[in-house]
Write a protein that binds this ligand. Structure first.
Ligand code: ATP
Ligand code: MG
Length: 311
């Protein structure tokens, strides 16, 4: 079906980031709940049309680990509207802030890592797509406890149009050393970002937290410099501040593999999935699916209570 702005009823605002604003909507003709992302683009009409063409590949991305794409169109000559599957537990950054202890339990991390790698491996092997923006706000959870990727870079023109507004838009602390250095980067760059994300979710603290408080271009440049030069972050030999115990050794080892600075040595998503005896043991058989389902139910309830309180 063809999407049209008049058919979309906005239900609530879900948040906004560097590129645009996301809301929960109802597509009236089909009565389908969707998420709508509105990205202001004041470039020429030809560029806008090019962006819509480039986004069309998303129609072919079908995987349980990828947010489904319903369509995109230009509105009012100055915004790109993207409609996609709505995930009712939201993104991992918000879920983390609600989680008991402020941390993700081990079985959840296992299923999450497996899902991200499966999504990345699908995008790369089937469509030669690199995600380029793996971070907690771009991984969503459904009420059934499924994890799905969104906001991956398929449109060169869209990336250019957004980046033009501000040099530091699109610069993130989840970026791999090779990417920060402006070298050629590939799908292993997403593995680095996932490694950082796992540290954040396991410990409850973003890796570069202290640093991101110092804002401004100088602070950011300084930080990027450190990511390139310092030994990579790790949970090995660290004590969990909540439980006062060491982190699971197989989790620590897995993260250390993801955060190998040399991308020639770092493994790709499919290579990491091939190791079925380490941290990911049991994930392909769905061993932790039930744990995640129960946990997602709890999160769903916390989200509901929160939105009641917000009213
Ligand atoms: P950035 O612009 O750097 O990507 P971001 O990911 O936080 O930052 P958006 O992509 O605009 O910003 O998303 C805003 C918020 O909307 C997210 O944090 C997420 O919680 C929510 N969101 C996005 N897509 C969906 C979706 N399909 N279903 C439910 N919630 C979503
Ligand atoms: Mg996003």
């Amino acid at each position: 079906f063809k999407l049209n702005i008049n058919d979309l009823l906005t239900l609530k605002n879900l948040g906004s980031g560097n590129s645009g604003t996301v809301s929960k909507i109802l597509h009236i003709p089909t009565q389908k709940i969707m998420a709508k992302k509105v990205i202001p683009i004041d470039s020429e009409t030809v560029i806008q049309a090019q962006i819509i063409r480039e986004l069309r590949i998303l129609h072919e991305c079908r995987s349980p680990y990828i947010i489904e794409f319903y369509g995109a169109f230009i509105n009012n000559n100055n915004t790109i509207v993207i409609c996609m599957e709505y995930c009712n537990c939201g993104s991992l950054d918000k879920i983390l802030s609600l989680s008991p202890n402020g941390q993700f339990p081990l079985p959840i991390l296992k299923k999450l890592a497996f899902s991200i790698l499966s999504g990345l491996s699908y995008l790369y092997t089937t469509h030669k797509i690199i995600h380029r923006d793996i971070k907690p706000s771009n991984v969503l959870m459904s009420h059934k406890g499924e994890f799905k990727l969104c906001d991956f870079g398929v449109s060169r023109e869209l990336n250019n149009s957004i980046a033009m507004a501000d040099t530091f838009v699109g610069t993130s602390t989840y970026m791999s050393p090779e990417r920060i250095q402006g070298l050629t980067y590939g799908v292993k760059s997403d593995v680095w970002s996932m490694g950082l994300m796992l540290i954040e979710l396991a410990s409850g603290k973003p890796v570069w937290y202290e640093d991101t408080k110092s804002t401004g271009p100088e602070g950011i440049l300084d930080l990027l410099q450190r990511i390139v030069n310092e030994t990579p972050p790790s949970l090995t030999n660290k004590v969990n501040p909540i439980t006062k115990t060491a982190y699971d050794p197989s989790l620590c080892q897995f993260i250390d593999f993801c955060l190998i600075k040399d991308d020639n040595v770092r493994k790709s998503p499919s290579e990491l999935l091939d190791d079925t005896e380490g941290f990911l043991k049991g994930t392909i058989e769905g061993l932790f699916d039930k744990d995640v389902k129960v946990w997602a139910k709890g999160i769903r309830k916390l989200l509901k209570d929160k939105s009641e309180n917000d009213k």
